[in-house]
Design a protein. Structure first.
Length: 195
């Protein structure tokens, strides 16, 4: 069942976050470092030997405020899921009807150019950055042992790497189906065998 975005009933809610750029975030490291520092602070909040550095904390919070990465990544993931589902339905229909190979040269061009040079790198970057960001969010939430149930439920529903029926699980399934359909198409039409 496809995921739908969380509803916000406010009449003056801000515009949705822009999706991820095609090459992902240029440098995710400062954002991950910010989450890591917050996780460390949560683990050490009662440790007398650990001292919170307010200027470091302020710098990390400023980094996190500059861009709504969670919202942008989630939106990109959901849009990608939608496009993969549409493409998968088209590929499956063409394979089922046996008509896909009628346009063998066009398929070869799509397979060699846009698919390999633009689509696959985008999907790979999206997967890597999603795993890194959602994993860091998981660790941060786990560090807050007293987090309220609604917050934990929200996190599990939208940002978990392990819970089924999340945008991440949907992405993994859609991507695996996409790869399998292209493999079947290449084999059925002899796309890997030269002209």
């Amino acid at each position: 069942m496809p995921c739908s975005a969380p509803a916000n009933g406010s009449a003056t809610s801000p515009a949705p976050a822009a999706p991820w750029p095609p090459r992902g975030v240029a440098d995710l490291a400062p954002h991950l470092a910010a989450l890591d520092y917050l996780e460390t602070a949560a683990h050490n909040q009662f440790n007398r030997d650990w001292q919170l550095d307010t200027s470091t904390l302020e710098g990390h919070l400023k980094t996190l405020q500059e861009s709504p990465l969670s919202a942008r990544l989630l939106r990109t993931l959901m849009l990608t899921n939608q496009r993969l589902a549409e493409t998968n339905a088209l590929l499956a229909r063409q394979l089922h009807q046996g008509a896909a190979c009628e346009h063998r040269d066009a398929l070869r061009r799509v397979s060699e150019e846009p698919l390999n040079s633009r689509v696959q790198p985008f999907i790979t970057t999206l997967a890597e950055q999603t795993e890194a960001w959602f994993g860091a969010l998981d660790r941060l939430y786990d560090a807050h042992e007293v987090a309220r149930a609604p917050i934990r439920d929200y996190h599990r529903r939208w940002f978990s790497l392990e819970t089924p029926d999340t945008p991440w699980a949907e992405f993994q399934a859609a991507h695996a189906t996409h790869e399998a359909l292209w493999d079947r198409l290449r084999q059925a039409c002899g796309l890997d065998q030269g002209a």
